[in-house]
Design a binder for this molecule. Structure first.
Ligand SMILES: O=C(O)CCC(=O)C(=O)O
Length: 258
C-alpha cells in the first residue's frame, strides 16, 4: 500500500548502494551537492536577513521550548523555526533525496522535528560527542535522524562536524563509553565537503561540532527528523504561520505535521 511519504518522491532508488551502506554501517552519508549556487546564495541571504531581523532573539523558539530543553551555546549562533521564515528554506526539508535517506533510517512514518541554523563562531564551536537522543537505543530502533546542509565549505580548520563511525550500532552513549566526550575519539572522522552538500547522519551516531580555527563563521542548517509518534523539537502546530500554510503543499504540511 502506498504511504504518504511515497507522494513526496522519497524512494530507495534515489540512493546509491554506497550511500545506503554508509548510512547502515557508518551511520552517516554524504548524499551529494544538492543545492545549486543560486539556491545557496538565496539561502545565505535569507539567513542574513533573519539574523538581522531577530537580533538577540535569534533562536528563541529553540531555547524557549518547554518540552525539549536546549541550552544556549556560547560558541555558536542559532536560528530556529526556519520552516516559517522564507521560501528559500523549503527545499531543506522537502528534497526527495534527503527524504529518501531519512526514510532509509527511520522508515515510512516520520516528520520534521526542527529546521535550525547553527554557525560555529571563529575560535569556538567545540561540542562534546553526543547523540540527539537521551539514551542509547538498540540497532535499528532509531527515533531521530539529522542532516546538515553545508552553507560553507566544511574543512578541518573551520569547525567541520566530527562523527564516530558505527557508534549508532554500539548500544551506548558517549557518556557511558568515554572518560570525557569533549575529547578526541580515536575513531572520529571529520565531515569535510563543499558548500551545498548534504550529509545525513543517524542521530544515534556520536557526533559534534569542532572548533572553528578560522576568522569566518562556519554556517550550516540542520534539517532534523523524528518518528511521527515523537515530540517535535519545534512543535510546528504551535509555530506555523498563515503565510507558510498558504505557500507550502499538502505534502509539506504532512512533513511538518500541521
Ligand atoms: O553543527 C555541527 O557541526 C554539529 C551540531 C550538532 O551536532 C548539534 O548542535 O547538536
Amino acid at each position: 500500500m502506498s504511504q504518504p511519504i511515497d507522494t513526496l518522491g522519497a524512494s530507495d532508488s534515489l540512493l546509491s548502494y554506497e550511500e545506503k551502506v554508509s548510512l547502515d554501517k557508518l551511520g552517516y552519508a554524504s548524499i551529494g551537492k544538492l543545492l545549486s549556487d543560486d539556491e545557496l546564495y538565496a539561502i545565505r541571504n535569507c539567513v542574513q536577513a533573519v539574523l538581522k531581523d531577530e537580533g538577540d532573539q535569534a533562536g528563541h523558539e529553540l531555547f524557549s521550548s518547554k518540552r525539549i530543553k536546549h541550552p544556549k551555546e556560547a560558541g555558536a549562533d542559532r536560528l530556529a523555526n526556519l520552516a516559517n521564515k522564507g521560501e528559500a528554506f523549503d527545499i531543506l526539508y522537502t528534497h526527495p533525496k534527503l527524504l529518501s535517506a531519512i526514510r532509509h533510517v527511520l522508515g515510512d512514518e516520520f516528520k520534521l522535528s526542527s529546521l535550525n541554523y547553527r554557525s560555529a563562531k571563529p575560535g569556538q564551536g567545540l561540542q562534546k560527542l553526543h547523540t540527539d537522543w537521551p539514551d542509547a537505543v538498540e540497532p535499528g530502533q532509531y527515533k531521530v535522524c539529522n542532516s546538515i546542509w553545508l552553507l560553507d565549505d566544511f574543512t578541518a580548520a573551520n569547525g567541520a562536524t566530527r562523527v564516530a563511525p558505527g557508534t549508532h550500532l554500539c548500544g551506548k552513549t558517549p557518556e557511558e563509553s568515554m572518560d570525557d566526550p569533549w575529547k578526541h575519539h580515536p575513531d572520529e572522522t571529520l565531515i569535510e565537503a563543499k558548500a551545498g552538500t548534504v550529509v545525513v547522519f543517524n542521530s544515534h551516531c556520536w557526533h559534534g561540532g569542532t572548533t572553528n580555527q578560522t576568522e569566518h563563521p562556519r554556517r550550516a542548517i540542520h534539517s532534523y527528523f523524528c518518528g511521527r509518534d515523537q515530540i517535535q523539537q519545534t512543535p510546528q502546530k504551535d509555530w506555523i504561520r498563515q503565510e507558510t500554510l498558504d505557500r507550502i503543499s499538502d505534502k509539506a504540511k504532512w512533513l511538518l505535521d500541521v
